[in-house]
Ligand binder design. Structure first.
Ligand SMILES: C[S@@+](CC[C@H](N)C(=O)[O-])C[C@H]1O[C@@H](n2cnc3c(N)ncnc32)[C@H](O)[C@@H]1O
Length: 366
């Protein structure tokens, strides 16, 4: 579904081509494994109206250069890079790709706090967590143009996926769990964090494309101003309850009245979140991207076929727990369909199944 690329040799670092951009890397950070991440954002950005973009963590400038060269609707890109030597490399690349743009050598938060700097799209691609930049990034979005957009990468997947639970509580004010469904949980924690900050600005959030791949998670959200958007958006926040004894998951909106005794009498539930319980993608956007893309058709097709149920069961984990051998995923899905329940694969894991079949019944058919 995603392109597989490995690290570069010394000679390859001199001049590399990605999409329509040709850049020098020098001592700047460039990860060829993130080409898919840049490809997907280029595709999505190209679907928006005319926009100005802030490439907030520019490094070589590859991301912003591709946005300007490959998306005719991008009228202006501003590059920001905190490291002086790296900013010089970025400037050189911007110039050699014949782009007229400002490359600011400063901390992105300084630029965001400058009231004159306003962008229709802010792209955050830091090392580690984007959480500490979200508030300032949202405050720097255009006020006189609707909608605005935030794209963010998180490479602190171990934190979001619950391997470092305390770090997740500190960074995202949310409880995660290192469980088989942790990649979806992590994305929902990240989206939930953005939705809560957006609500403080009276903005509603609509996720356009969200995915987890390898060492990173990436979200692209649309933000719309006003109560009419902000309240329905923040109402999508809730909590996921997980029973460590029988592995049942239940999710509730923050304002729901919860009665768990009926589901699992004696269990001590682990409460995860707060999490975004709404959609992870916009289906119209997925359809447009699937139509346009040649390399990522399989990914978009999986996302489009993915049913809307929250989380997924990992068939190997489930079979291992039951001491059974895991059947073929497609065969299990078929068996679920025959019983009248819905089931689909998920882009989060090749071993995952999303279904509304109760876990006890699922355990009976695998
Ligand atoms: C992960 S790299 C960005 C990769 C790049 N976006 C790409 O797609 O190739 C992060 C870059 O952000 C820079 N950086 C780190 N903190 C920053 C900050 N607070 N403001 C601006 N740039 C920052 C780093 O020097 C580094 O070059």
């Amino acid at each position: 579904m995603f392109k597989k690329l490995n690290s570069l040799s010394k000679t390859e670092r001199n001049l590399i081509t990605e999409g329509m951009a040709k850049i020098e890397i020098g001592e700047a950070f460039y990860n060829p494994k993130m080409e898919s991440c840049r490809d997907l954002s280029v595709l999505l950005l190209g679907e928006l109206d005319e926009v100005s973009v802030c490439d907030g963590f520019a490094a070589t400038g590859m991301r912003g250069i591709r946005y300007k060269l490959e998306c005719p609707n991008v009228k202006k890109v501003t590059f920001v890079e905190v490291n002086g030597e790296v900013a010089k490399i970025c400037r050189k690349n911007v110039k050699s790709n014949k782009i007229k743009a400002m490359v600011a050598n400063k901390d992105i938060r300084e630029l965001f706090q400058d009231r004159k700097a306003r962008f229709d799209v802010v792209d955050l691609d830091p090392f580690g967590t984007p959480a500490i930049y979200i508030y300032d990034a949202i405050s720097a979005l255009s006020r006189n143009k609707e909608p605005s957009y935030l794209f963010a990468t998180a490479t602190d997947t171990a934190v979001l996926c619950g391997a470092h639970r305390h770090a997740c509580q500190k960074t995202y004010n949310a409880v995660s769990l290192n469980a088989s469904f942790c990649h979806e949980l992590g994305i929902r924690i990240l989206l939930g964090f953005i939705a809560r900050v957006a609500a403080q600005f009276n903005l509603g959030m609509v996720p356009l494309l969200s995915y987890s791949h390898g060492h990173f998670m990436r979200v692209h959200v649309k933000l719309l101003r006003g109560d009419v958007h902000a309240y329905p958006s923040i109402s999508q926040m809730g909590y996921t309850y997980y029973c460590p004894d029988c592995h049942v998951l239940r999710s509730f909106f923050a304002t729901d009245k919860v009665k768990l005794g009926e589901i699992c009498k004696d269990s001590k539930w682990i409460i995860l979140g707060p999490v975004w319980l709404g959609q992870l993608h916009d289906n119209q956007m997925l359809l447009a991207l699937a139509k346009k893309s040649t390399n990522y058709k399989e990914l978009f097709s999986t996302m489009l076929k993915e049913n809307p149920f929250l989380y997924y069961y990992d068939m190997h984990e489930l079979a291992g727990r039951l001491k059974k051998s895991p059947g073929k995923i497609d065969e299990v899905i078929h068996k679920i369909w025959i019983t009248g329940y819905d089931a689909s694969r998920t882009h989060f894991s090749p071993l995952g199944i999303k279904t509304n079949m109760p876990l006890k019944e699922l355990e009976g058919i695998i």
